[in-house]
Design a protein around this ligand. Sequence first.
Ligand code: FE2
Length: 438
Amino acid sequence: MAEPSPSILLRNCCLISPDQLDQLARPVDIAIEDGKIAAIAPHLNYTAKVELNMQGQLVSPPFVESHIHLDSSMTVGDPRWNASGTLFEGIEIWRDRKQSLTLADVKERAIATLKQQAMQGVLYVRTHADVSEQTLTALQGLLEVREAVKDWITVQVVAFPQDGVYGGPQNEALLEEALKLGADAVGGIPHYELTREDGVRSVHRIFELAERYDRLIDIHCDEIDDDQARFLEVMVACAIRSGMGSRVSASHTTAFHSYNNAYAFKLMGFLQRTSINFIANPLINITLQGRADTYPKRRGVTRVKELWQQGHNVSLGHDCVQDPWYSLGTGNMLDVASMAVHVCQMTGTTEIDACYNMVTWNGAKTLHVQDEYGVEVGKPANLVVLDAESRYDAIRRRATVRYVISQGRLIAQTQPPNPQWMVDEVTSPSAQLPGVPV
Ligand code: FE2
């Protein structure tokens, strides 16, 4: 019988898994055929069209971007820079910028950002689309992008009423229209509604819409330093009563950082009755929060470590790439994980591994794609090869993603930097710079 002939064969891979120490991973070969993982074994006696020797480097399922705004990405400085650095000035700037949105503008920037992310190993993305403007241009553009890129990256679109469900006369209807047009999830921003009552009402409305249209929920919740912003408790109550559980995600929840412990511990108890997901955005929230403080300044990132210790599914997002809220960023999820390690003080070895899991497996759970996610026989061949020997090594050095394989195709490769120490050579005549006398 002829030996199998897969399209791609990866030899000598350090294949990691979420619950096992990376040092225990034994080298394996991985065969890819017809877009799927065909076989995994210590040695496969196959001949492939493309064969790559990984030399013990890390093979991981792809990175998952749990929270980004592709409609505003790459608009930094247009029409102006965010001088105060606050969330609210960012919203004002975006309100001006979005008046000039066109489909082509949204799609061009979104696809450019997705390519940048995919080249760095991100193959699943949840993006928010602002649905507070009359034409729904951001949403329409991102729905078209979702379709245009589906052969190499999976995109989910959240209908996000940036100016509040009740912040304008049309907003509630626009949110529902976005679901009719095909948004994957319903979003909200209760702490930015005009009143506390509107905020509570908006959360109830979001749950109603999600149930009626059978969509996921992802709410920008309590993204403020105000310790009286308490819409997470409303989400928890709705999640308990609706039974929607893991279909619900609470993004940001930065006020959780500022709650007094008596309230925070009570809330932690209620959370045990749900399975909602938490999405933290440490790059952005370490930048935006604490802006009204003098000293000491709050970190303002939600209680990632404690939520993780309590067994909740916590994933991480980049949130913004070069937009009115965050002028920096390249979409690299190892930057995000590294910031979480620092800001959330998760420097133990299992804690560092947990932060890596937050940009991979946990994100897949948040996006509800866990059934197809993971480097396992029979699953779609989506994986990355890192210039690293462990998750710790990958985060510490923000390792280069050497190969990105999406649906069985090699879609990107990057050579790791190869710096060379030149002091000895510079002092020798043979390394003399052209035109420079010795
Ligand atoms: Fe956001």
